[in-house]
Design a protein around this ligand. Sequence first.
Ligand SMILES: C[S@@+](CC[C@H](N)C(=O)[O-])C[C@H]1O[C@@H](n2cnc3c(N)ncnc32)[C@H](O)[C@@H]1O
Length: 257
Amino acid sequence: MSSISSPDSISSLYVARKTVDVYKQHEQNRVESKRTPWSAYDSPLDEYNESFLGVLPDGGVAGLILQLRKAKGTGINALEIAGQGNVLLHLKRRGIKKIETVSLNDFRGTLRRVSERIRGLRYIDGDITNGTTWARISKQSKDLIMSRPMAALSVLRDPNLGFVLLNRMYTLLAPNGTLLIQLPEELIGITGTAWIEKLATTEGIEVKYRGNETRRAIYSDRYQPILLIKRKDNSPKDLSFLREVNFNPQSRVSILN
Ligand SMILES: C[S@@+](CC[C@H](N)C(=O)[O-])C[C@H]1O[C@@H](n2cnc3c(N)ncnc32)[C@H](O)[C@@H]1O
């Protein structure tokens, strides 16, 4: 049994960056040959609702945004990781004040760029393993961070790097902020879910997790494991306490709702 190691694994970062280079080129090649960058790209709201089914309130992503807006009393700040920001833009009137999104490339045409900028979307083309990408994200804390990478966020597969990145997202959350993310099956395969149980029993954090076990018969990247983390009063300032957790694939326990 091993434990989640310190967050500074240079070799994890090196391997991850190589894969990111390949993915970035893959997107570009597909676009040059007149295909969409990925088979799932710029996906609509109902696809997001389907992937996050089981951890969302009534009304799906829209319901979550309404809840967050109501709790805050004013428009929320939202960030998407590994997406086009289109779903957040579509739901802007439900109560979003500010929208940012991060994705490897920006393939939008000029008209769409201008129109989306006017409607309030900031699109950041960058790799989230790179500190300069995080520096381009606004400093304001986020009420919602959402990520539906459909298995393409390969950098989360390695626990060394995956936990560093999850921690970055967590520390960007505002009080009462929510992180809603699809996790790679490979990460859970290596770590098991002991760390998720630890999160769920930590004061100041509310967790909902759903593995894809029940839906394996119709396995698809759409049904990668999903995790919702909500920061409440007295939440820990970061997730460094997870380093103490032993992970063991044999000890998987599903934490449903
Ligand atoms: C399969 S697409 C899914 C897009 C969108 N979320 C959806 O559901 O349609 C994967 C997305 O992850 C982004 N991505 C992959 N690795 C990334 C990384 N290291 N940093 C930032 N974005 C990344 C890709 O650029 C792409 O936008």
